[in-house]
Design a protein around this ligand. Structure first.
Ligand SMILES: [Zn+2]
Length: 496
């Protein structure tokens, strides 16, 4: 067989697919990979023929491609309740297997991930990165300083990547699945665009179907899995990867995206006996959060930006994940809680007034103290809070606060800012309905496509027109059913 030769694979669906044969294909722990001639799909076979022939494993992969598949609509054989819209959304969030190969041997077909998850030319003057995939530790670890600044994105894009990850894991858990090996290697991020993609889906744990094949990746394995690693697979004392261990790995990644450091790796020496023992204790039974509020034994001396620099909601979740829940898995916050709090934090983002700021954006923790925690610069614009209120059901004219958003120049507003029944999730329309802009010293809300936007004076604001935002003003985002009220509070923050 010659390297470069085109070969055929037959799918269980009856389709034929071409792939380019290579003598030394890229090889992972379980599988090796060829590509279709157009490189849109990866064709993967198992390294060990025994694995490929295992009927349980085959069965598990069939359910992953079929009834558990969130990237395919229910009417096309995908997950229950999945529409074409949500399927399309999640096909960009997961690199999900799309087909099963039956000839020449059992294997799987996966889409290759989009180009923006590979480093292009000029990504680094020091490291040879061109063509490598964007594992998150390139951006959060010590190699960060060797990357071209244009690769690094900003704090806002890293928060966006965290939201994408939490949403993807929430979707998996909602379906009763667990990833079992979330790590910087299996979640790729592109800080330029804030996008994230979860890869290596075929190691998913399907409950009651198959045990996890892998115990995880160093730095992301939950302490209870490390503690019980010495036991055999069938030993009841052993803890295997599950949705609860995903709820450890996921906040480790989120913490890394936001702070560019690992939440458990600090200065503490756990054992002087051997490096192995020190590592076992540090990541397993004695693991200590570097920001533990009482136990400062693992706290680095130079922590200036901490979980207290974020929103109060995110601070609380990190404490539950890495203090209460670090050794008590059932106390860890769910992926849905993470998604919700990260979105709330997203609504409190403000651009740093210092153009030279390394992270460019920050989460406004205290409205009376709008200071960027990364560079210490005080926010120079007025703090404009938009409280979004929905009508209490059955009580016409009575409105209750549903959410809030802080305005800045070029903030885009979507259906979830207009209608109380729409949530910012995979089902929502991504069309911008309105935006905020600063024009001639005035703050304006410009209507793009909202029907029935009503000004504080009670006048209709047609599409293409704007309304000025002033302290105390109340607008109706839409006069249609479920349209929300927007109450503006404007606080000047002149440096004194
Ligand atoms: Zn700053």
């Amino acid at each position: 067989m010659n390297s470069g030769e085109i070969r055929y694979a037959m799918l269980e669906s009856g389709e034929k697919i071409q792939y380019v044969y290579r003598d030394n294909p890229p090889r992972g722990g379980m599988k090796h990979t060829f590509f279709t001639p157009d490189r849109r799909y990866a064709v993967q076979f198992f390294n060990n023929p025994k694995d490929a022939a295992d009927p349980l494993m085959q069965d598990r992969i069939r359910t992953i491609v079929g009834i558990y598949n969130p990237t395919r609509a229910e009417n096309a054989g995908g997950a229950q309740g999945n529409t074409e819209k949500t399927a399309d959304y999640f096909s960009r969030k997961f690199c999900w297997p799309v087909g099963i190969i039956k000839y020449p041997e059992f294997g799987i077909v996966c889409p290759t991930y989009p180009d923006n998850f590979f480093f292009g030319e000029g990504a680094s003057a020091v490291l040879r990165l061109t063509g490598k995939d964007k594992k998150s530790n390139w951006f959060t670890g010590r190699n960060r300083k060797y990357l071209n600044p244009s690769e690094l994105g900003d704090f806002r894009m890293m928060l966006k990547a965290a939201i994408g990850l939490a949403r993807s894991v929430r979707r998996l858990h909602q379906a009763g699945l667990a990833h079992s090996d979330l790590s910087c290697n299996n979640v790729l991020i592109d800080p330029k665009t804030g996008s994230s993609v979860v890869i290596d889906i075929d190691s998913l744990v399907v409950p009651n179907k198959y045990l996890p094949e892998v115990c995880g990746t160093r730095g992301y394995i939950a302490p209870e899995v490390i503690e019980t690693m010495e036991y055999g697979v069938n030993d009841p004392r052993k803890t295997l990867p599950s949705a609860l261990t995903d709820l450890h790995a996921m906040p480790v990644l989120i913490y890394e995206y936001l702070f560019l450091r690992h939440p458990l790796i600090g200065p503490k020496i756990y054992s002087t006996e051997s490096a192995e023992k020190d590592d076992f204790l540090a990541m397993g039974p004695s693991a200590t959060f570097i920001e533990h509020p009482e136990d400062h034994s693992n706290r680095p001396p130079d922590l200036d930006v901490t979980i207290q620099s974020l929103s109060k909601g995110l601070e609380e979740l990190f404490l539950r994940a890495f203090v209460d829940g670090l050794h008590r898995p059932e106390e860890r916050p769910t992926a849905m809680e993470w998604e919700r709090e990260l979105l709330r934090a997203w609504n409190r983002l403000l651009p740093c007034s210092n153009e030279a700021c390394s992270r460019k954006w920050f989460i406004l923790r205290d409205e009376n103290e709008p200071v960027c925690p990364f560079c210490g610069t005080r926010y120079s614009e007025p703090v404009i809070r938009i409280a979004l209120k929905s009508e209490v059901r059955g009580k016409s004219g009575i409105f209750r606060e549903k959410s809030e958003v802080f305005a800045y120049d070029n903030l885009a507003l979507f259906d979830w800012h207009v209608y109380s029944t729409v949530h910012n999730d995979e089902k929502a329309d991504a069309l911008m309905r309105a935006y905020i802009c600063k024009h001639d010293g005035k703050w304006l809300l410009v209507n793009n496509t909202i029907n029935g936007l009503i000004s504080p004076a009670g006048r209709l604001v047609p599409k293409g027109n704007a309304v000025e935002l002033k302290d105390g003003a109340v607008l109706r985002m839409s006069d249609s059913l479920n349209g929300m009220l927007a109450e503006i509070t404007m606080t000047l923050n002149n440096e004194s």
